[in-house]
Design a protein around this ligand. Structure first.
Ligand code: NAG
Ligand code: NAG
Ligand code: NAG
Length: 392
């Protein structure tokens, strides 16, 4: 009764959020209509994250050329190869599904079908974050989310719990359980929406500020959402399970970590493009979000990693005092659409291999590597207190 009282108190104090649904469905353990995601018998739950598919590209003059469809087909081969090699339990599409500036309103969502197809034919559950190129004249984040929910309900865990609609609402979390009878999840996957040029001022849809370089997670709604969910988890479960965080555009701390010698591609440096820049000046507007990631970490290493796409030529993981010890990762480039850098020509997905033993350590750890279309893997590391310890 006391716990329930605490929850109702928390719920009534923040009516701006879809709490009824969060409590009854998500915190209660089951997302309506979905199977509970569980670790396998060996105690593993493996995720492949694909970024920057950039389907539907056309030449800048708006004409039609065969290289767009050819690239899209090649991207599907990349995904199929990585999925067959890794056999993951879950797939995360980490933004820039399509090059939204190039697609037609009549069939923009056909490109989502093409992005998801290799995963769907293999019957793998998945969810999405949305990138700056997923918002454009003929498509936006809300439309992508609603299409995914309507057409892939049997496999998709994507929601839109909070955030400005239609351009920045893909913020939600998904629990993964050690076994299906458990009440407390063994890990939580968190997904955030870093919006785009057309996202407006942060208070909702609006004009594009001339000075915006790239966008950032909405500072008005999302930090409160994370805080509230964290408090509810603590009230219900007496703990906040280890977290793996996905967001398309990296937080600005990624720029600070970029010069460190970490395994993976470093092609977009010295300054990989990140959240929070207006007129090439860092504003700190991504810090309200980042501060809640730090709170989620609790200074205990509870955030296993926060991983992004957006910078196709970056595919490393690093951590230091500057990131409060939290590992920041890049996914590399899984699509044949979008710009290509010297070392990102061989496309890849990033793998996170969670293991129950690793998660139950005093400070939890997670193994991660890049898996390539040429059937190779590289950059394998175990993220945790021993990783890059000399910088922490
Ligand atoms: C979308 O429509 C355009 C114009 O009719 C066509 O050229 C293109 O092939 C279509 N794309 C898909 C994925 O259906
Ligand atoms: C951007 O910075 C330049 C150079 O400092 C300045 O001239 C321009 O007015 C600024 N633009 C905006 C929209 O702030
Ligand atoms: C990767 O392995 C698959 C399955 O064995 C094979 O069909 C494909 O040709 C290989 N790709 C490369 C680039 O070696």
């Amino acid at each position: 009764m006391m716990i329930l009282g605490a929850i109702l108190l928390l719920a009534s104090s923040a009516s701006a959020f879809p709490l009824g649904r969060s409590i009854s469905n998500t915190l209660g353990g089951i997302i309506t209509g979905k199977n509970k995601l569980t670790f396998n018998a060996a105690g593993n739950f493996k995720i492949v994250s694909f970024s920057d598919m950039h389907m539907g590209e056309r030449p800048g003059d708006g004409s039609w050329a065969p290289w767009g469809p050819a690239n899209d087909a090649a991207t599907q081969v990349v995904h199929g190869t990585v999925l067959d090699n890794e056999k993951p339990n879950y797939v995360v599409f980490n933004g820039d599904m399509m090059t939204g500036e190039n697609v037609f309103k009549a069939n923009a969502t056909n490109y989502l079908d093409m992005v998801y197809a290799p995963t769907v034919t293999r019957n793998i559950p998945f969810s999405s974050t949305h990138g700056n190129h997923d918002n454009a004249n003929n498509i936006n984040h809300q439309e992508e989310i609603e299409y995914e929910q309507a057409h892939y309900a049997h496999l998709s865990y994507t929601r839109s719990d909070v955030g400005p609609k239609p351009y920045g609402c893909g913020n939600y979390w998904v629990p993964v359980y050690a076994k299906s009878t458990d009440w407390v999840p063994a890990a939580i996957l968190w997904f955030f929406d870093s919006r785009s040029f057309v996202s407006g001022t942060g208070n909702g849809p609006g004009p594009v500020p001339d000075a915006a370089n790239y966008y950032w997670v909405d500072p008005n709604t999302v930090p409160n959402y994370i805080k509230l969910q964290r408090l509810l988890m603590t009230a219900l479960w007496w703990q906040v399970p280890p977290a793996l965080v996905f967001v398309h555009i990296p937080v600005q701390k990624a720029q600070i970590l970029a010069p460190l010698p970490s395994p993976g591609d470093h092609d977009d440096e010295p300054d990989p493009s990140t959240q929070g820049f207006l007129n090439n000046t860092y504003t700190g507007l991504d810090l309200p979000f980042w501060d809640q990631i730090i709170a989620l970490d609790g200074g205990k290493g509870n955030v296993l990693a926060i991983t992004s796409g957006h910078d196709h030529g970056e595919s490393w993981c690093a951590r230091s005092k500057d990131s409060s010890g939290i590992p920041i990762c890049f996914n590399g480039h899984s699509g044949y659409g979008g710009y290509v850098t010297e070392h990102s020509a061989v496309r890849n997905g990033r793998v996170f291999d969670m293991n129950l033993k690793d998660l139950s350590k005093k400070v939890p750890t997670v193994k991660t590597w890049n898996s390539y279309e040429d059937n190779t893997t590289d950059d394998a590391v175990e993220l945790g207190p021993d990783y890059m310890a000399q910088y922490n």
